[in-house]
Design a protein around this ligand. Structure first.
Ligand code: SF4
Ligand code: SF4
Length: 110
C-alpha cells in the first residue's frame, strides 16, 4: 500500500516538474497575462475538469476543490470536482493560469 509520505514526495516532485516546464515553455505567454497584487484568479466552472493541477502549482494555498453534482441527470459519477479560488490568499502570481490544461482560469481585477 502506498504511504502518505510517498504521495507527498511524489506531489512535490510533480510540482517541481510542472514549474520547470511552465517556466521554460510558456514564459512568453505568461508575459501577456495580467497579474500582480491588483488581480485575482477566477475559475470558469464550466471549463474546469477537476484535474488538480492548479492546486499543485499554487504555493499560496489559494485554490480548493469542491464536489458538485453533474449538470446532466442521466450520468452518474462518484466524484465531480471543480476548483475555486480563495480570494484573500491569492497573490495574483498567475501560475495557475499557465498550469490549467483547459484554460479554465483567468485573471480578473481584484
Ligand atoms: S494566481 Fe497564484 S496565488 Fe492566485 S490562485 Fe493562482 S497560483 Fe494561487
Ligand atoms: S487546473 Fe484547471 S481544470 Fe484542473 S482543477 Fe484547476 S481549474 Fe480545474
Amino acid at each position: 500500500m502506498t504511504k502518505i509520505s510517498d504521495v507527498l514526495k511524489r506531489r512535490a516532485s510533480e510540482q517541481s516538474r510542472i514549474r520547470v516546464q511552465l517556466n521554460s515553455v510558456r514564459a512568453e505567454e505568461e508575459a501577456l497575462i495580467k497579474g500582480g497584487e491588483d488581480t485575482v484568479a477566477w475559475v470558469k466552472e464550466e471549463l474546469c475538469i477537476g484535474c488538480d493541477q492548479c492546486t499543485i502549482v499554487c504555493e499560496d494555498d489559494a485554490i480548493e476543490l469542491y464536489d458538485t453534482p453533474l449538470a446532466s441527470p442521466i450520468m452518474k459519477v462518484d466524484v465531480n470536482r471543480k476548483a475555486r479560488i480563495l480570494r484573500d490568499p491569492c497573490t495574483g502570481c498567475k501560475i495557475c493560469v499557465l498550469a490549467c490544461p483547459t484554460d479554465a482560469i483567468i485573471m480578473i481585477d481584484r
